[in-house]
Design a protein around this ligand. Sequence first.
Ligand SMILES: [Zn+2]
Length: 134
Amino acid sequence: MHEASITEAMLNLALEYAKGQRISDVYLQVGRMSFVVPECVEFYFEHLSKGSLAEGATLHFETVPLEMTCTDCGRQADLSEWADEQPRAIMIEALARGCQCGSNKLRVTGGTGFHMVSLEVEAESNGKEKENEQ
Ligand SMILES: [Zn+2]
């Protein structure tokens, strides 16, 4: 399944970045056109991270809106008035209206990806060395 493989790739990347430290939080960006379902990613993450340093980490999802750009003049289309609609509907509306320059050659330039933005690791505890053993 789609989410299973991307979750596995994301988990491997997170573990690589964490360099052996325990991961507490993972920050992700999900494009509205990426067709990634956060609930599915969470489900697979919980399953795949078991026994790893990412087990129990919290996933934070940020939704990236659809972005369309005119290929003739380079202007970014203002899609804000359709923000609540489905991406497909937004694309249809935007193409129907076209660009301010009169062109209707708009292409999707954002909101299609799934990215790991950052992650947080648990603070290294030096407690053992500082413990007073009397
Ligand atoms: Zn244009």
